[in-house]
Ligand binder design. Structure first.
Ligand SMILES: *Cc1c(COP(=O)(O)O)cnc(C)c1O
Length: 410
């Protein structure tokens, strides 16, 4: 499992954007008081969520041999920072509603346990008070993974307020190429000095952002003006490559963090790099209330449309007020046929936890392996149009009600 792009390369490109892409409506300019994890006292703007996990573990002074409690339902980029520090991941169970299993966590705590990572899956918030108490009793660092919960919570209970460190994956909520954050209400982050990644990365972030938007026919008049320079750029790159191949020289690679390209890997070189200027500006000026209302609205559309569908069921029975969803998670009875069918039709599907860390199987947490296999997540991000969402919903409904091949032959 090198890279999501390679893995899913056998499928056609999604017909509608899987993640937010920049449009004229993305930018709002009005200041709004929208509860988000960036309201926490201390914030570092980084290039990805996994970098933030790496820094959080550093901040907790994790040493070789220390044990880090990680949910059995995870993505591998959540585990890699632990391996980077030669610490040991220990996987804990979750319940069917994705709430963490406190009694299993208690059983797993040893003298070597130094930190726990808790995830607000798909934007649905965990109850943080009991786990805060356990962490205090055992002097364990509490890392809240808010990769799926950038917004949400309430003024009385802001997300992340009880945790030692909070990590964000901004690129999951904003139309940006790179972006993550490390935040904390309880601890200073002053010991970390972040650095600019360099001009090549800044340019790449800007260009990729525009290209993604143009790809999906966003930013219309601008796309016509900018397409020529983009075309020249790719021409130039090809010529350079050709020349270098002839001369046997190395081809320089304008690189970015793996997260930005859909990769799984954790690269220590990116841990202390600053978010690109483009991403920072877009995040700053983004219309946050639009993000919130559109996501909730599209989530509800999915929920209503699939409620009577055979072949699957919603992971969550309802959408609480304090949840700004990352995606619409849906449990499919026969993912082995439904998933490729939908992918071939160009429906974007996200599969958090599709690949679990080696050794995490039914014996550790059968709920996690079942969620890993059966939960498909459909996009509900703010940059989809009503029409696109309707098309995706119709495609999914059709796929779920399709008779399975063995039914039709009899
Ligand atoms: C995506 C994700 C991460 C990693 O974030 P990146 O920005 O992709 O590095 C961490 N935790 C969870 C739960 C995620 O979904």
């Amino acid at each position: 499992m090198e890279n999501l792009n390679e893995l899913h390369a056998t499928y056609p490109k999604p017909k509608i954007p899987t993640a937010p892409v920049l449009s004229w409506s993305s930018i709002g300019f009005k200041s709004n008081k929208t509860p988000a994890i960036l309201d926490l006292k201390n914030v570092l703007y980084l290039t990805s969520g996994r970098s933030a996990i790496g820094l959080a573990l550093k901040a907790l002074n994790i040493q070789a041999g220390d044990e880090i409690l990680i949910p059995a339902y995870h993505c591998t980029s959540m585990v890699e920072p632990t391996i980077w520090l030669d610490a040991k991941p220990v996987f804990f169970k979750i319940h069917g509603n994705t709430k963490i299993n406190l009694s299993h966590i208690k059983q797993l705590i040893t003298k070597k346990t130094r930190a726990i990572i808790v995830v607000n899956y798909f934007g649905f918030l965990q109850d943080m008070e009991p786990i805060r108490k356990i962490c205090d009793e055992h002097s364990i660092g509490l890392i809240e993974d808010c990769a799926h919960s950038f917004f949400g919570g309430t003024p009385q209970q802001p997300i992340g307020a009880l945790s030692d460190y909070v990590i964000a994956s901004s690129l999951k909520f904003f139309p940006i190429f790179d972006g993550g954050g490390l935040c904390s209400n309880r601890n200073s982050l002053k010991m970390f000095v972040t650095k600019r990644a360099g001009l090549a990365f800044e340019i790449k972030s800007l260009i990729n952002n525009l290209e993604r938007a143009f790809d999906y026919k966003r930013l219309k008049p601008l796309s016509a003006i900018v397409k020529l320079p983009l075309f020249l750029k790719s021409k130039l790159r090809k010529t350079l490559k050709h020349r270098q191949l002839k001369n046997g020289a190395e081809i320089p690679k304008i690189s970015g963090p793996a997260a930005a390209d859909g990769g799984f890997h954790f690269d220590p070189n990116w841990v202390d790099k600053k978010m690109s200027i483009t991403s920072r500006l877009i995040m700053n000026f983004a219309d946050k209330s639009r993000i919130i209302s559109k996501r909730r609205n599209y989530y509800n559309k999915w929920h209503t449309a699939l409620s009577d569908c055979p072949g699957g069921k919603a992971l969550f029975p309802q959408l609480p007020e304090n949840v700004i969803p990352h995606v619409y998670p849906y449990l499919v009875d026969q993912p082995e046929t439904v998933f490729p069918h939908l992918k071939n039709m160009g429906v974007p599907i996200i599969r958090f936890g599709e690949y679990l860390w080696e050794g995490v199987d039914e014996s550790i947490c059968s709920i996690s392996t079942d969620l890993s296999r059966r939960t498909l997540q459909f996009p509900c991000h703010q940059e989809l149009t009503e029409k696109e969402v309707e098309w995706a919903i119709k495609s999914v409904r059709n796929a779920l009600t399709l008779k399975q091949p063995h039914d039709t032959h009899e």
